[in-house]
Design a protein around this ligand. Structure first.
Ligand SMILES: [Fe+2]
Length: 311
C-alpha cells in the first residue's frame, strides 16, 4: 500500500479540476433533457428508464443481413486475435475491435440501422430523451476470446488474482446516447454475456460522483501502474473514484459479492440486442471459452431545432 503524498495529491487534483468541469457540463445537459422528456414513451424506453437496460430481438432477415455485411470485418479481426493468441501475446482492445468507417462500410451501417429500427431501439432512444429522432452515431465490431489484456493480469507488477468484478464500469462520456450490444452468435455463460446492474443508472445520478469518475478516466494517471496507483492513493478520499472500477474491487469484499449477485447476465441467441443506458454499471466480453462476436452501436438522440441540439 502507498502512503498518500500531499504534493502528488495536490498536483493530481489540480489536473482533475478542469476535467471535472468539462464532464459536468455534458452531464448537466443530459440531465436537463431527461427532466424535460415526455411521459408517453413506449414500453422499451420505460423499461430502460426503470432498470437501466432491456433485452430486444432482431428480426431474422435483419440479423442475417447484418452478419453478412459484417463478415469480412469479423474475419479480419478474428485473424489478428488468433495471431496474438498463437504467439502467446496479450489480446489488446486495438486487436479485438474494429471501427468500420461510415462511408467505406455504408452497407454495414445501413444493415445496423435497419436492424435497430426493427428491434425498436431507435424509437426507444427518441422516447428515452424526449427527442425528435435518433441517429446511429458509433459502430464497432468486436471479437472476444479468452486472454484479453484488459481483463486479465490487471496489475503487471503484482501477483494479484483478477477479481470476479473485472470489467464493471460506467462509460466515460455522458451524451444523450443509449448503447446496444448485438450478438452475431449465440452467447452462453462462458462467452462473455453483456452484464449490467439493475437500477445502477440512477445511483448518485445528480451528485459529483460521476463527474469525478469520468475526470479520472481522462486524466494522465488512469492506468494501474505503481506510479498511477500512488497518485490515486494521494487524492483526497472523495476523489478516489474511477469510471472503470471493476478490476479494483477486492474479491472477498461485501461490494464484490453484492455486485455479482445483482448482475443481470444477458445470455441469449444470435440476434439478441442488449439496449442499455451507459450510465448503468455494465461489462461484457469476458470470454471463458470459445468466442463472442458482437456489434456495439451507440444511438444518439437528436433534436430538429439546431439550438436544441444535444451536446
Ligand atoms: Fe461501456
Amino acid at each position: 500500500m502507498f502512503e498518500p503524498d500531499a504534493a502528488i495529491g495536490a498536483q493530481a487534483e489540480a489536473e482533475l479540476e478542469p476535467l471535472v468541469r468539462a464532464v459536468a457540463a455534458a452531464q448537466k445537459e443530459r440531465a436537463r433533457r431527461l427532466a424535460q422528456r415526455r411521459q408517453d414513451g413506449g414500453e422499451i424506453s420505460r423499461q430502460v428508464l426503470g432498470c437501466g437496460f432491456a433485452r430486444l430481438h432482431a428480426q431474422g432477415a435483419d440479423i442475417d443481413s447484418l452478419a453478412a455485411t459484417a463478415a469480412p470485418i469479423v474475419e479480419l479481426v478474428r485473424t489478428r486475435v488468433e495471431a496474438a493468441q498463437g504467439a502467446g501475446e496479450a489480446i489488446t482492445p486495438q486487436l479485438a475491435k474494429a471501427w468500420p468507417d461510415r462511408e467505406a462500410h455504408a452497407p454495414l451501417w445501413a444493415a445496423a440501422r435497419r436492424l435497430l429500427h426493427g428491434a425498436g431501439a431507435m424509437d426507444a432512444v427518441k422516447d428515452y430523451f424526449g427527442a425528435d429522432g435518433s441517429k446511429l452515431r458509433v459502430l464497432s465490431v468486436v471479437v472476444n476470446r479468452p486472454g484479453q489484456s484488459w481483463n486479465s493480469a490487471l496489475f503487471r507488477d503484482m501477483d494479484i488474482e483478477t477479481p470476479s468484478t473485472a470489467g464493471f464500469h460506467i462509460d466515460t462520456d455522458s451524451a444523450c446516447v443509449l448503447k446496444t450490444v448485438i450478438y452475431l452468435d449465440d452467447v452462453g455463460p462462458d462467452q462473455g454475456p453483456f452484464g449490467a446492474i439493475p437500477t445502477s443508472h440512477l445511483w448518485d445520478h445528480d451528485g459529483p460522483d460521476r463527474e469525478r469518475r469520468r475526470a479520472h478516466a481522462k486524466s494522465s494517471f488512469v492506468s494501474r501502474s505503481a506510479e498511477h496507483r500512488r497518485t490515486f492513493a494521494s487524492l483526497s478520499p472523495p476523489m478516489q473514484v474511477k469510471a472503470a472500477f471493476g478490476g479494483d474491487i477486492p474479491e472477498d469484499s461485501q461490494e464484490c459479492r453484492e455486485l455479482l449477485q445483482a448482475e443481470a447476465r444477458m445470455t441469449g441467441p444470435r440476434g439478441q440486442v442488449n439496449l442499455f443506458d451507459p450510465e448503468a454499471i455494465h461489462r461484457g466480453g469476458l470470454v471463458q471459452a470459445g468466442e463472442r462476436v458482437a456489434l456495439i452501436a451507440g444511438i444518439r438522440a437528436v433534436w430538429t431545432s439546431p439550438d436544441q441540439e444535444s451536446t
